[in-house]
Design a protein around this ligand. Sequence first.
Ligand code: C2E
Ligand code: SIN
Ligand code: SIN
Ligand code: FE
Ligand code: FE
Length: 370
Amino acid sequence: MGQKAERLLALIFNYISKIAAIHDPDELLIEVARMGRDIVQADRCSVWLLDREREILWTKVAQGVAPLRIPARSGIVGEAILTEKPIVINDVYAHPKFNRNVDKETGYKTESMMVIPIYTSNEEVVGAIQVINKLDKSGFNDEELRHLMLASSYVAESIESSLLLEEIDATQRELVYIMGVTGESRSKETGNHVKRVAEYSRLLAELLGLSEEECGILKDASPMHDLGKIAIPDAVLNKPGRFNEEERKIMNTHAELGYNILKGSERTLLKAAAIVAHQHHEKWDGTGYPNGLKGEAIHIYGRITALADVFDALGSDRVYKRAWDDERIFTLFKEERGKHFDPQLIDLFFENLEPFLEIREQFKDVYHGT
Ligand code: C2E
Ligand code: SIN
Ligand code: SIN
Ligand code: FE
Ligand code: FE
């Protein structure tokens, strides 16, 4: 594993335990902002919230500075919110929209900056996440922009669900969600891939007759299936074409990598997530990876997530292929009954096609563009 990947894994691992123990929504935001800051190696990070009524932006999290308020349309943050587009600037003082008064007020010298709008699930912009000053002074790059975009989708989740946070496991669930989104670090994907996989997995678990508790656990754990992709080099993960043998080998390590991140936890949900990360590319006939497990030796969570993940992957555009039409997907599923997939799950899928297609429609992708 490369040094960069190791740093990211260590960092996420470190935040798992911290965030899982937090029950206060404000504290959660702060911790998430810090994670965003650390992932992109910035000096500071703020979450700006938009108060539409009073037309101001105010900071929820501003490390090392007192809370700030600025007019909603001013500055670079205002620009990102108005245009609903992320902004990366590596020489802030040369930027016409930069509001020097903020530096004057705080005595801090801003050099580089990334600002990413925060969307709620109904596509409304509620604020922005901002990181300032790349620590090594090299400026921010595209990969870091992408990582911060993923962190920002989690900030949105935690803002939206803060009212439900009395639920004891909510923070843990959210953490699991962001880690899933982070694993799916593809430039053009929104968080909806992991949402759909979660819903398909729960539906299959229900149809199979698993207990209500297990259905819920699987729904929350299945978004983690590709967590290990965070450690896959960008050149492989985002290769705009088919893999060669070497690249394929590197990519296949993502199952074991995700498992290694998660296996240490004693918590029910993270344990389930570890199983899903480890086994979602195993195949019923024993030809899958990483361990070539066969039939019921593959945990039911792994068998279910495998079907959910492939159904979604085939129906979606990827950097390396276009989306398949439904007939082609159904043909493959029939061919792979008892080969790639658990035959009982394939039968349940075809007997209940309607609700699967409804989930796909409800959580279809929306591109924000960068
Ligand atoms: P993914 O894109 O989310 O795909 C998940 C799984 O869906 C794949 O697991 C595979 O079982 C199925 N799948 C997706 N697209 C196709 C397809 O065009 N044909 C068939 N027969 N099955 C498909 P798999 O193969 O183990 O790949 C795991 C991950 O590796 C993929 O996740 C993707 O991120 C990456 N990947 C696989 N092949 C390539 C490639 O040729 N180029 C690039 N850039 N990435 C690839
Ligand atoms: C930190 O950024 O971790 C310390 C500053 C703060 O407490 O916000
Ligand atoms: C701005 O967007 O220019 C003000 C915010 C900041 O500099 O932190
Ligand atoms: Fe995978
Ligand atoms: Fe996936």
